[in-house]
Design a protein around this ligand. Structure first.
Ligand code: P6P
Length: 335
């Protein structure tokens, strides 16, 4: 690869910020800190089968889910990479019930980090691709230290969002509101190098991703939408192919590149849906809209939800524009 094509994530972030004269570099450095944490997590995810860090710690997270050692490790890596930098006023994550304050002996910054340290972790032992998801807001509360109000902002206020997928390679995909860009980790030099510039999701889906085991618990409109997708019709490219890994970042990433729709609707078991607003639905919704797609809870834009709880859940329909629109029409009884 010629040197001129070696675009590192650091250079890309700085070049993106050049057009914002007010940018202090704090934001660029924050994104670079996340990239550093991703490298450390990637190193240990890759050798999970070798180093005895698999299996359960025996503890549970706020979701009541068994926490595997890699979840705790990933959470600790992100916290330790971010807590002292002076760029954040507070954090919140899936593994911890309350907001995560910046330790007293460190100064606070102007940003908030919300993250799911290792989503899809129930797949760790099966060597399925898993991921880290992150969302960044500006601090809005008065005073130096962050508060819950800084975390409970609607997704349309995000300044950046992204994910890291630990798959056949480690890829960091992010947006700062100027397109969606992917960087593949070159472990030989320890750098994320630009590999997917300005990702655009195909407007029409060819893939649908949903857990059809929940069919009998869905509302009628969703049952009819999935039947519609499976009904052959050449003109509209149906039936779509069914692809469901059960790992949100992996399902989302494939659909982002190939064109598809991911659905985790409300059902009788999870009337609010399963996925969390702050650190799953919002960051992926920001990304998909920047890539030309849509993200909805079936009735409203994900990014317009006003969160009231750190771990609030939502139904999630996300992906190719046409497919999300169709799903909404079925759910709203318009088809
Ligand atoms: P189900 C993994 O536990 C997760 O949070 C997401 O990564 C994934 O999309 C979803 O749950 C899978 O849920 O109920 O289909 O197993």
């Amino acid at each position: 690869m010629s040197l001129k094509r070696l675009m590192t994530i650091e250079r890309h972030i700085i070049e993106q910020q050049k057009e914002f004269p007010a940018a202090t570099g704090e934001f660029s450095a924050l994104l670079y800190d996340i990239a550093f944490a991703a490298k450390v997590i990637s190193r240990d995810v890759r050798k999970a089968g070798l180093v005895d860090i698999l299996g359960y710690t025996g503890s549970e997270n706020v979701q009541g889910e068994q926490v595997r050692k890699l979840d705790e490790f990933a959470d600790e890596v992100i916290f330790k990479a971010m807590d002292h930098t002076g760029r954040l006023c507070c954090m919140a994550c899936e593994e911890r019930e309350e907001i995560i304050p910046i330790p007293e002996d460190f100064k606070c910054g102007h940003y908030v980090l919300l993250y799911d340290p290792l989503d899809g972790s129930s797949n760790i032992d099966a060597n399925v691709s898993i991921g880290t998801i992150f969302s960044i807001h500006r601090k809005i509360s008065p005073g130096e230290r962050g508060t819950k109000a800084d975390c409970l902002q609607p997704g349309n206020k995000q300044v950046a969002a992204g994910y890291v997928i630990y798959g056949s390679s480690t890829l960091l995909v992010y947006t700062a509101g100027r397109g969606v860009h992917g960087f593949t980790l070159d472990p030989t030099v320890g750098e994320f190098l630009l590999s997917h510039e300005n990702i655009q999701i195909p407007p029409r889906a060819t893939i649908y991703s949903v857990n059809e085991g929940n069919t009998n618990n869905w509302e009628e409109g969703m049952q009819r939408y999935i039947e519609y997708i499976k009904t052959p019709d050449k003109a509209t490219g149906r039936p779509y192919s069914s692809r469901y890994i059960g790992s949100l970042v992996a399902d989302f990433h494939r659909n982002l590149l190939y064109g598809g729709v991911f659905l985790y609707p409300a059902d009788k078991k999870s009337p609010q849906g399963k996925l969390r607003v702050l650190y799953e639905a919002n960051p992926l919704a920001f990304l998909v809209e920047q890539a030309g797609g849509l993200a909805s809870d079936g009735r409203q834009r994900i990014l317009d939800i006003q969160p009231v709880d750190l771990h609030q859940r939502t139904p999630l329909l996300i992906g190719s524009r046409e497919a999300v629109k169709e799903a909404e029409e079925f759910l709203q009884g318009k088809r």
